[in-house]
Ligand binder design. Structure first.
Ligand code: F0G
Length: 368
């Protein structure tokens, strides 16, 4: 069957009439990959899977929420959309707004977003407003602009965003054929962990009345819910430290957020599922990005690698039980942030004269 996007696929589980006009780039249906080469999983009998959301149309999970939020904004007659962003939301909003024919304004922290994401917003014709301030400051401005200028906010404070993003939880259960024991996910603004929890609850028949438009389809598919594990960067870990961080800092710019908008929903997901939050430092984040790229062939961005990094840490120290089934969300594609790789990975790039003998000599060093 052709992929017609999420709104068509999950029409009975979303608060939208699928017969109306739909803004889609055929997002969703991303692969769930079994990670087979990680020693610690094999020794502990853990089956570890990665949901590679970097393979969405704009290279991140944001597209799941954006198809729903922008479709709804268009139907409600908004003349333009706005968001604050650490990069991926702006890339996705810009693309879907372009497809909808709506102007898009994005507010980003100056110098703190990955090059590929900035290029995406520019390419899709968004008006890019760079501020001398972080994401949290941008978010406050966006909420005010929405009020005073009558714009549709397409950050995850928009409940349609979470409705779209909950579909990733459905896909995990559909594809795995069972509910994972644990689900591991990076946490920044805390929307995605809240959306997954909503999806896992809905599939297993738990109603989670989180906001007015919450659309709940009663048909029960699953028998249980996973334990939700949220991972944050050590320098931007308000849910781990249980306090707002005024000046968040991390190499994983996507999750450089100190005052998450969906903090209380994320806490609820963690508490209800008997999960926990944990942090990883920048060195661990890069180590895991490299591990996935070089041992599993999956190139994700640094913020994404934190879910697998967190899972591996908790498997090793026994917090995740032996013999478990664990799923991790890899939220964005590595190509969005090439600078990190050039800076932080050891490069196998060798200057060589343009002749066969010289090239053969180099190859010999590696395969002898
Ligand atoms: N991973 C990536 C690659 C992200 O871009 C984000 C958030 C997250 C994880 C965290 O998800 O905010 O729902 O907890 N990026 C937002 C943005 C903030 O503006 O692109 P969350």
């Amino acid at each position: 069957m052709l992929n017609g996007g999420l709104i068509k696929k999950y029409s009975d589980r979303l608060p939208l009439d699928s017969d109306g006009e739909v803004v889609t780039l055929h997002e969703g249906a991303t692969p769930l990959l079994h990670l087979k080469n990680l020693e610690i999983c094999n020794s502990k009998g853990v089956r570890l899977f990665a949901k590679f959301e970097g393979l969405n149309p704009t290279g991140s999970f944001k597209d799941r929420g954006m198809t729903v939020a922008i479709t709804q904004a268009l139907r409600e007659g908004y003349k333009a959309v706005i968001c604050a962003s650490t990069g991926n939301t702006s890339a996705s909003a810009a693309a879907y707004a372009a497809r909808a024919g709506l102007p898009c304004f994005v507010i980003i922290p100056s110098g703190k977003i990955a090059l590929g994401k900035l290029a995406q917003a520019v390419a899709h014709g968004a008006v890019v407003l760079q501020i001398e301030g972080n994401f949290d400051a941008g978010m406050e401005i966006v909420k005010e602009m929405a009020q005073t200028q009558g714009l549709a906010v397409v950050n995850s404070v928009n409940p349609y965003r979470l409705q779209g993003q909950k579909t990733a939880a459905f896909e995990i259960i559909d594809e795995l054929g069972e509910v994972p024991d644990y689900h591991c996910i990076p946490v920044g603004n805390a929307g995605n962990i809240s959306a997954y929890w909503m999806g896992f609850c809905e599939y297993s028949g738990y109603k989670l009345p989180v906001h007015d438009i919450y659309h709940y389809q009663r048909t029960t598919i699953a028998k249980k819910r996973p334990i939700m594990l949220g991972y944050q960067a050590a320098g931007a870990a308000p849910l781990v430290n249980k306090e707002i961080v005024d000046n968040p800092e991390t190499i994983a710019t996507a999750i450089r957020i100190g005052n998450p908008q969906s903090l209380s929903l994320a806490k609820k997901a963690s508490e209800d599922s008997e999960g926990w939050f944990e942090s990883l430092d920048d060195e661990e984040i890069i180590k895991n990005q490299k591990l996935l790229a070089q041992h599993e062939g999956i190139f994700c961005e640094p913020a994404s690698a934190i879910s697998v990094g967190g899972a591996l840490k908790d498997i090793e120290r026994g917090k995740i039980k032996e013999g478990s089934v664990v799923t991790c969300t890899l939220t964005g594609h590595g190509l969005k942030d090439p600078d990190i790789v050039i800076d932080k990975f050891n490069m196998n790039v060798v200057e060589v004269p343009a002749n066969r003998k010289a090239v053969a000599e180099i190859i010999g060093r590696y395969i002898s």
